[in-house]
Design a protein around this ligand. Structure first.
Ligand SMILES: [Zn+2]
Length: 252
């Protein structure tokens, strides 16, 4: 067993090691859905403003014309409100599978409509995303050290708008000050402004202290290190406009 390592074998081990190291410098963060957003708008029947998804979609046919509504329920008085999704559309203009999904209250379509910000804007309500998500951040230990940049893919399970700065604080376990400093130093490279709200997948890179020539966080007042595993977060909705009541025609 005192055989010399064969050159081919040596090469393949080196390649494997490189692969492992390469893999190790990638991290996946996932913004996971924990609840659906509330629809915020004044209820005509009570002082409440928060509405939750009922899980139901209503389809009405009049000849070849269809109306499709998403049904929401007032969290205070249980009044049902109808949000128009399609109004007087010809039956042939809808994908048959889409129509079947509407008729069967397909949970994926209910979810899609309930999280649809443009449907909300069109119908004069806003989405409150508070408590709808958690960040699952699998960041390798020592991610902030070493010369090889760490690439982080941030995936969104639901289109919740989250401030980029907040994602970085949660994912890297750093203070706001530390995140701002690292972005300022070019150690964190992110394709969005720190105060922008991301709501779809993007990638960022974290460059190690050695490569950037700066020491990792030495400020004792700030939490250092890189936590791994699941970290939670609570989304903050956009600033609330004065809620308007649902149109009377929207009563189910
Ligand atoms: Zn109500």
């Amino acid at each position: 067993m005192s055989q010399e390592p064969r050159p081919g074998r040596e090469r393949s081990w080196r390649a494997l090691k490189a692969t492992i190291m390469h893999t190790d410098r990638k991290a996946l963060w996932a913004v996971r859905q924990s609840a659906l957003p509330a629809a915020v708008r004044a209820c005509p029947d009570c002082p409440g403003t928060r509405h939750r998804a009922s899980g139901r979609i209503r389809v009405n046919a009049s000849g070849k014309l269809l109306d499709v509504w998403l049904l929401l329920i007032c969290a205070t008085c249980d009044r049902t409100s109808k949000v128009p999704v399609h109004e007087r559309v010809h039956v042939s203009s809808l994908e048959p599978s889409r129509l079947v999904a509407y008729e069967n209250n397909d949970p994926a379509v209910v979810r899609e409509l309930t999280t649809n910000a443009s449907l909300a804007a069109k119908n004069g309500y806003r989405l409150d995303w508070a408590g709808t998500w958690t960040l699952e951040a699998r960041t390798p230990l020592h991610a902030l050290d070493g010369p090889i940049p760490l690439t982080v893919h941030v995936g969104f399970e639901l289109p919740v708008p989250v401030r980029v700065e907040r994602l970085l604080m949660l994912g890297l376990g750093l203070s706001r000050t530390a995140v701002r400093r690292m972005v300022g130093d070019g150690r964190i490279r992110v394709p969005l402004a720190l105060d922008a709200k991301a709501h779809r997948d993007f990638e960022l890179t974290v460059h190690g202290g050695a490569a950037a020539g700066t020491a990792p966080d030495a400020d004792p007042a700030e939490p250092a290190g890189t936590p791994s595993g699941v970290r939670g977060g609570v989304g903050h909705g956009a600033r609330q406009a004065a809620p308007r009541p649902w149109p009377h025609s929207a009563t189910a």
